[in-house]
Design a protein around this ligand. Sequence first.
Ligand code: SF4
Length: 186
Amino acid sequence: MNRPGVYEVEMVKNTFRDLIYDPAFGGGVPGDRPVKAFIPGGVSAPWFGPDQLDLPLGQDEVGGQGSMLRSGSVVVLDDTTCLVRAAWRITKFFSRESCGQCTPCREGSGWIERAMYRLEHGGGRVEDLELLLDLCDNIAPGLTWPPQQTTICVLGPSIPSSVHAAIEMFKGEFLAHVDKQGCPFD
Ligand code: SF4
C-alpha cells in the first residue's frame, strides 16, 4: 500500500477496499497497480482475490468466506507479484519456525518449501502441483477451513494455507514456472 502502517478501523463497517484505498488508511496500491490477491489476516490465512475487496472487516464475515482476520495483518499483492515466490517465502518462514516436535509440521514444511523452491528457481514439474496438495493434505487433512489440526500447535495447519490458495487461484502461474523452468516474472 502507499501508506503501510497500523490503522484503527470500524469493524464490520469498513471493508478491505476502505483499508487498502482510503487516503485515511492505506491510500491505494503503489503505481495504481491492480490487486492480484490479498491475505486478510496474517500469513496463516487463506488468500482472497480482488472480488472479495468489498468484504467487511469482521471476524465472522471473513470466516464465512473461508479465511480469517485474526492478527489483522493485511498483505496486498499487486499484479507484478509472483504468487509462487510469495507462497514459497511464506512456506520458508514456517519451515524455519517449526520446532520439530510433530512429524507433519517438521517434515511437511520442509518438503513443501523444497518443492516450492524448485518451482520458483527451476526444476519444477507439473506433478509437483499434485505433490504439493498431497503434502498440504497430510498436514491439514481435507484442506478444509477451519483446518483440521494433526499437530500440537496451530503452526502446523497454518503451513498449507498460502500454497493451497496459490495453487487454487493461480494454477496457470505455477504451470508457467514449469514451462519456463523458473520464474517468468522479471
Ligand atoms: S506444529 Fe507446533 S509443536 Fe508441532 S512441530 Fe510445528 S511448531 Fe512444533
